[in-house]
Unconditional design. Structure first.
Length: 199
């Protein structure tokens, strides 16, 4: 870019690599940062730099955590015998935005996908086995409404149906092919409320 100092161009380029940020927005953001006091921008840089060091995964449920266990697993008022199984940590964040679910989660970190060579061993199934063995009142399958998400739900249903008191699947407020991440919290909440018992 003619007339743009190399450091500014680098900032624009990095910002443009973020999802949903085009070249124009990237330039606007970079110029905005340049206009803010240096201390503010340094604070932002520091937060970003520490992100990978600070945030890991909960050893119990697999969601984001800054300690060994996440805040949901540690929360005394959450029902530990109701477990909602989701594919990704971001799905937990989306569910929590609705704010109505009082149980806990289990994040698989993916879904079964034979085409991509992803089998049960690649997912956090062993950890779920262990939790089920500890006793589960209800297991809610909240994998996506994609082909692989449905296959994953079937796999989990076969595996756990006789081992939990209740097994349910979130309802079809979730559109066909739907990733949970892209639903609004109302739709997601309704899908959870109207979950159906697994036959
Ligand atoms: Zn947790």
């Amino acid at each position: 870019m003619v007339g743009v100092p190399a450091s500014l161009a680098a900032a624009i380029e990095m910002l443009a690599s973020l999802p949903g940020v085009g070249p124009k927005t990237a330039m606007r953001l970079a110029l905005h940062l340049l206009n803010r006091p240096a201390t503010e921008v340094q604070a932002l840089a520091q937060v970003l730099a520490g992100l990978h060091d600070q945030v890991g995964f909960c050893e119990r449920c697999g969601c984001f955590a800054e300690q060994q266990q996440c805040l949901i697993c540690q929360h005394p008022q959450r029902q530990s015998d109701v477990i909602c199984v989701v594919e990704q940590p971001v799905d937990v964040l989306m569910m929590e935005r609705g704010g109505m679910f009082r149980g806990q989660y289990h994040v698989l970190h993916g879904r079964l996908s034979p085409v991509d060579g992803i089998g049960p061993e690649q997912l956090r199934i062993a950890a779920l086995d262990q939790r089920v063995d500890e006793g589960v009142g209800e297991l809610i399958l909240a994998t996506s409404a994609t082909v692989d998400g449905e296959a994953t739900a079937h796999f989990l249903a076969r595996r756990y149906q006789s081992r939990v008191e209740r097994l349910s699947r979130i309802a079809r407020g979730v559109p066909e092919g739907g990733e949970l991440e892209y639903l609004d919290e109302y739709t997601l909440q309704r899908a959870l409320d109207q979950r159906v018992l697994w036959e």
